[in-house]
Design a protein around this ligand. Structure first.
Ligand code: HEC
Length: 131
């Protein structure tokens, strides 16, 4: 019977989800190729995939976690195009979308670090990281 292994797998998953305070990564969040592209493009100097409340030195994170960005824009059909522009051109320091949640510096332009196509690929990936 296949049922018993299946049930024990489900029990393991539930036990894993119940671990107090741990943030579980989804398969997309472990996508090695995307993490490499983000790392090679310099994004991971400021961003993390999963949210961290504070940096080791106690300051707020430099930039919003990809998961938090996915949650914020999950119902916004125009988010993809807008975010690709923001990634390439940098964020407007006078119109911060993450003010108070991250450090004081806005996002500088990234167009020198990656192509428009790679920016689209990264934003596609970021936007599916809803848990
Ligand atoms: C020097 C630090 C830094 C780097 C490098 C950086 N970001 Fe950001 N990013 C930020 C900050 C800060 C914000 C928050 C801006 C705001 O408050 O509107 C942000 C916001 C964003 C947002 C959300 C924008 C919005 O309007 O909500 C996306 C998407 C994003 N970054 C993607 C990327 C990608 C992809 C890369 C790599 C190509 C990258 N970032 C590199 C600091 C950085």
């Amino acid at each position: 019977m296949l049922l018993r292994p299946l049930l024990s797998r489900i029990a393991m998953l539930l036990a894993g989800a119940a671990l107090a305070g741990t943030v579980q990564a989804t398969p997309a969040e472990n996508d090695a190729a995307m993490i490499r592209l983000a790392t090679d493009s310099g994004c991971m100097r400021c961003h993390s995939v999963l949210p961290a409340p504070k940096r080791a030195d106690g300051l707020p994170p430099i930039a919003p976690a990809w998961r938090d960005i996915a949650i914020k824009y999950r119902d916004d059909v125009r988010a993809h195009d807008t975010l690709v522009r923001t990634v390439l051109d940098g964020s407007d320091p006078k119109r911060r979308h993450w003010a108070g949640k991250v450090g004081a510096e806005a996002m500088p332009p990234n167009a020198d670090a990656l192509s428009a196509e790679d920016a689209r690929v990264l934003v596609d990936w970021i936007l599916v990281l809803v848990p």
